[in-house]
Design a protein around this ligand. Structure first.
Ligand SMILES: [Zn+2]
Length: 329
């Protein structure tokens, strides 16, 4: 154990309004204060064993009572992503964002902003497909192209952290992610922000469910206006109720497949990307309810497909705490 504190305590001002501008560096010190959540613990995760966190099938409980991990899926969409980042900065706290590859290559500047502000970036497939509705080959393409696309947008590999779209987890892809040394993250608390238009409903849902579970990984979407509007007051309420924020970082970055890297770079350089930038936000906002899984197949095929994965193992990890690299307290 060693201290995560890197500097002196910083006084935290009032919560920034939704549309406030961001000036780098936004929040260099994440010490919790009387008014700011900050980061109470940073956990460095070694994903080499493909550990699974969150949800009913979690292999490990990484949180103490009262601790929460903030996660956001499906982005970026800067109209909502940036206010969400501002709200997190106002509390000098950190989250994990699971990016959709298509979204990331549509706005690489916004994708890089997650990292600039100190957050962790993971992967949420290439096109937000339901992998349980795809063949193993196509499902692997979704994971690999998604990882390469996020890496291309970021200009560096993301964390080896993965979340399944719709939380739909085919066994063959659990094995694939295990072999790819990527950790998977389910959820303990669902904000249902894709269903609620009223930010107060998002706020109430999260606080109610947290009161029941006492801790957990919370799911939001940074493509949802309801979450963008709810987050400033929700973070204030988490602080008022004594919840502590845990930030996850990766021991090592994700590795990418060169064939999919080439594909992602070609996609990012296509001249017709501008039209994709216009269409993706509208599609993304309807994903949770309107897009059928068969609509979400990769629109390109990889040059060098991999062999089918092996059968699932009975015991996913021989070393119970092999995923835990360090805990900074
Ligand atoms: Zn999603």
């Amino acid at each position: 154990m060693r201290s995560w504190i890197k500097g002196g305590l910083a006084a935290i001002g009032m919560v920034l309004p939704l549309a406030s501008a961001w000036a780098e560096p936004a929040c260099g010190n994440t010490n919790p204060t009387a008014t700011a959540l900050g980061v109470s613990r940073t956990i460095e995760v070694d994903a080499a064993t493909g550990p699974r966190f969150g949800g009913k099938k979690k292999e490990f409980e990484i949180l103490e009572p009262g601790e929460v991990i903030l996660t956001f899926d499906d982005g970026p969409i800067r109209a909502y992503t940036r206010p969400i980042l501002n709200a997190l900065d106002a509390h000098c706290t950190r989250a994990t964002f699971f990016l959709v590859g298509k979204m990331a290559v549509s706005d690489p500047t916004m994708a890089k902003e997650y990292l600039k502000r100190g957050h962790t970036v993971g992967v949420h497939t290439w096109s937000h497909a339901n992998l349980t509705h795809l063949t193993p080959l196509k499902a692997r393409h979704e994971i690999e192209l998604g990882t390469s696309a996020v890496a291309a947008a970021l200009g560096q590999p993301p964390a080896p952290f993965f979340r399944f779209p719709y939380l739909a987890e085919p066994k063959s892809m659990i094995v694939h992610l295990h072999e790819r040394h990527m950790a998977t993250f389910n959820i303990d608390v669902d904000s249902k922000d894709y269903r609620f238009h009223d930010p107060e409903e998002v706020h109430h849902k999260v606080m109610h469910d947290l009161a029941m579970t006492g801790r957990g990984i919370i799911l939001f979407h940074d493509i949802q206006a309801s979450t963008a509007r709810a987050l400033p007051e929700l973070l204030n309420d988490l602080k008022a109720h004594g919840y502590k924020i845990v930030h996850m970082i990766a021991k090592e970055p994700a590795t990418t497949d060169p064939a999919f890297d080439d594909m992602a770079k070609r996609i990012i350089s296509r001249k017709h990307l501008a039209s994709a930038q216009d269409s993706m936000p509208r599609r993304a906002l309807t994903w949770p309810t309107l897009v059928t899984p068969t609509d979400e197949k990769p629109d390109t095929k990889p040059q060098r497909p991999k062999q089918p994965p092996a059968e699932p193992e009975a015991t996913p990890s021989a070393q119970p705490l092999g995923w835990l690299s360090k805990i900074f307290q």
